[in-house]
Design a protein around this ligand. Structure first.
Ligand SMILES: Nc1nc2c(ncn2[C@@H]2O[C@H](COP(=O)(O)OP(=O)(O)OP(=O)(O)O)[C@@H](O)[C@H]2O)c(=O)[nH]1
Ligand SMILES: [Mg+2]
Length: 329
């Protein structure tokens, strides 16, 4: 499961958004963690089709990090896989774009300080190298990162090759992580201008008030305040998308379930996400795309119609693949 860290200037509404998220999630072991299901309408369709006894969505863990962009907060954020930048668009004199710029500047500075320390250490370690040998790949990567950050470019957007990125990942730079910007809105208001494309609007306070209410009551109350589509689901979906994962599905009478794997994962790796035995003993996978499965009307029908494929060890799993793994241990 991946972690998403909430970041923003004080009073932007991070803790309020966090409370709203707990409406659909559960405590994640610590008070500032919430494990939240990722909305996926495909699951109910498959579950109905195969009369599954239960539905298990993918999950994301949200971490409420207090303390704005203090050193302690940034250290906690480094541990996460993606950031959710919360900016205030409610209350007196809101300046959400200004807040985003402020947070961005702090994250750039933090990365620059980290990169420079690492660069110094790397240079000390390789002091004896001759000029002919040239700089190590690590130093080259750190120098490129330094150059980008000095020009206020996020490492995510910087022109770095795969090797450089690999060297940098050990430092867990904040600006290398994917971000989702969330504008915390006055009830019923839209996302203000000046924020990046893809910014998600939420009225965190009213949604937090519905935390703990039954779903239909929560929706009715939100509708009263002009909130038609709860923002929380959109926040979770946007964060999950930003994590750049692939979701594959399994379905049967027992359960219909969503699983996450990284882009480029092979069928045995996907099988390993389910259970290590399935990866070790992987023989083959029966695969059908979600749309084809729905068009066929079910697993058995897909088999008869020939839309079910048999794939081997080298198959690269695609978004929405429905998998059945054959294995022997
Ligand atoms: N009107 C309105 N008030 C809100 C909204 N969201 C948060 N607030 C209020 O703003 C104040 C700050 O919200 P918090 O969620 O505590 O902010 P925070 O980002 O966690 O702050 P720190 O933890 O101090 O960094 C609280 O009094 C909230 O009730 C909103 O959507 N609308
Ligand atoms: Mg807080």
């Amino acid at each position: 499961m991946k972690d998403v860290g909430l970041v923003g200037v004080p009073f932007s509404g991070k803790s309020t958004l966090f409370t709203a998220l707990t409406r659909i999630g559960s405590a994640g072991g610590r008070a500032n963690q919430a494990v939240v299901p990722v909305p996926d309408p495909r699951l109910d369709v498959l579950a109905e089709m195969h009369r599954s006894r239960r539905v298990v969505p993918a999950q994301v863990r949200f971490v409420d990090v207090p303390g704005g962009t203090s050193a302690q907060a940034l250290a906690a954020l480094r541990e996460t896989d993606a950031l959710c930048v919360v900016v205030r668009a409610f209350g007196p004199d809101p300046d959400p774009a200004g807040e985003l710029a402020e947070v961005t500047a702090d994250l750039l500075l933090a990365d620059l300080a980290n990169v420079d320390t690492a660069l110094e250490n790397a240079r000390k370690r390789t002091k004896g190298r001759s000029a002919k040998e040239g700089a190590t790949a690590e130093v080259v990567a750190l120098q490129a990162a330094h150059a980008a950050l000095s020009e206020e470019r996020l490492l995510r957007d910087a022109d770095l090759d795969e090797e450089a990125r690999r060297h940098l990942r050990g430092l867990a730079p904040l600006t290398l992580k994917p971000w989702v910007v969330v504008a915390n809105l006055e009830e019923g208001a839209g996302v203000p201008r000046g924020l990046p494309e893809g910014t998600v609007g939420v009225s965190a306070e009213i949604e937090a008030e519905t935390a703990g209410m039954p779903e239909d009551e929560a929706r009715a109350l939100l509708a009263e305040f002009g909130v038609v589509e709860p923002g929380i689901d959109r926040v979770v979906a946007a964060c999950y998308r930003a994590l750049d994962l692939i979701t594959f599905l399994t379905t049967g009478e027992d359960e219909t379930r969503a699983w996450e794997v990284r882009h480029g994962a092979t069928a045995p790796e996907a099988a390993g996400a389910i259970h290590s035995d399935l990866q070790r003993g992987f023989i083959r996978a029966e695969v059908v795309g979600y749309d084809d499965l729905v068009a066929a009307g079910g697993w058995e029908q897909a088999k008869h119609h020939g839309s079910l494929r048999v794939e081997g060890k080298d198959y690269v799993v695609r978004e929405g693949d429905v998998l059945h793994v054959r294995f022997a241990v």
